[in-house]
Design a protein around this ligand. Structure first.
Ligand code: URA
Length: 214
C-alpha cells in the first residue's frame, strides 16, 4: 500500500482508501453507507499499521513437503477504540487480526471547553506486553487522543500507535508534542479546526453519522 511519511505521521494514500474517504465526506451519504465505509477503511488501515510487524520462520508441512515459512513473531495486539466513534474501525480490524484483544476507552468532549472527560476504561491486564493500536476516526484538537494515550501509559502500555481517518494540523501538533513516541496513521490531513473544534472541511460528526444520532 502506498503511503507518505513525515515526522511520525503516515498518510495512507492508497487510491481505494482515498476514494472511500471521499464517499464518506459527502453530506448525503446514508448512515448505513457511512458505517460500512468506515469499517472497510478500518480494515485497510489495519493492514497498513501492521506492515512492519516482525516475522519469524517456522517449520511447517505442506501436503508436498516440509518448509520454513514466515509467521508473525513477538508482541500480540490490542485495539483500543476511543468511544464511541472509534468503534467504527473495530470490526474491520478484528476481521484481519481476530486474536487481538480490545481496550475500550470512554472519553467525551466537553462541548464548551473541548476537554476530554473519561467515563469508562477497560483494558487487558497484560497491556504492557502488547502493541496497542489506539483508534479514533477524527484527530481534531487531539484532546481525546492525548488523554487516551496518557491513560494507556498509566496502565503500563509502552508500545502505542494511533490510527485515525482524518486529522487536523492542530491535533497532529498536539499529539506529536505530548506523545512523540506514538506514531500516527491517517488517510488525510485537512485544513484546520473551526470554532467548535470540528475539522474543516472534514466530514461532520463521525459518531453521529455512523450511528444516525442527528
Ligand atoms: N469529532 C468529529 O466527529 N468530527 C470532527 O470534525 C471533530 C471531532
Amino acid at each position: 500500500m502506498a503511503s507518505a511519511k513525515t515526522d511520525g505521521v503516515t498518510v495512507v494514500d492508497h487510491p481505494l482508501v482515498q476514494h472511500k474517504l471521499t464517499l464518506m465526506r459527502e453530506e448525503h451519504r446514508s448512515t448505513q453507507g457511512f458505517r460500512r465505509l468506515l469499517n472497510e477503511i478500518g480494515m485497510l488501515l489495519c493492514y497498513e499499521v501492521t506492515r512492519d510487524l516482525p516475522l519469524e520462520q517456522i517449520e511447517i508441512e505442506t501436503p508436498i513437503s516440509k518448509m520454513m515459512a514466515p509467521k508473525i513473531a513477538g508482541k500480540k495486539l490490542v485495539f483500543a477504540p476511543i468511544l464511541r466513534a472509534g468503534v467504527g474501525f473495530l470490526d474491520g480490524m478484528l476481521e484481519l487480526v481476530p486474536s487481538a484483544r480490545v481496550a475500550h476507552i470512554g472519553l467525551y468532549r466537553d462541548p464548551d471547553t473541548l476537554v476530554a472527560v473519561e467515563y469508562y476504561f477497560k483494558a487487558p491486564h497484560d497491556i504492557a506486553d502488547r502493541l496497542v493500536i489506539v483508534i479514533d476516526p477524527m484527530l481534531a484538537t487531539g484532546n481525546s487522543a492525548t488523554a487516551a494515550v496518557e491513560r494507556l501509559k498509566e496502565r503500563g502500555a509502552k508500545d502505542i500507535r494511533f490510527v485515525c481517518l482524518l486529522a487536523a494540523p492542530e491535533g497532529i501538533a498536539h499529539m506529536r508534542g505530548e506523545h512523540p513516541d506514538v506514531p500516527i496513521w491517517t488517510v488525510a490531513i485537512d485544513e484546520k479546526l473551526n470554532d467548535h473544534g470540528y475539522i474543516v472541511p472534514g466530514l461532520g460528526d463521525a459518531g453521529d453519522r455512523m450511528y444516525g444520532t442527528k
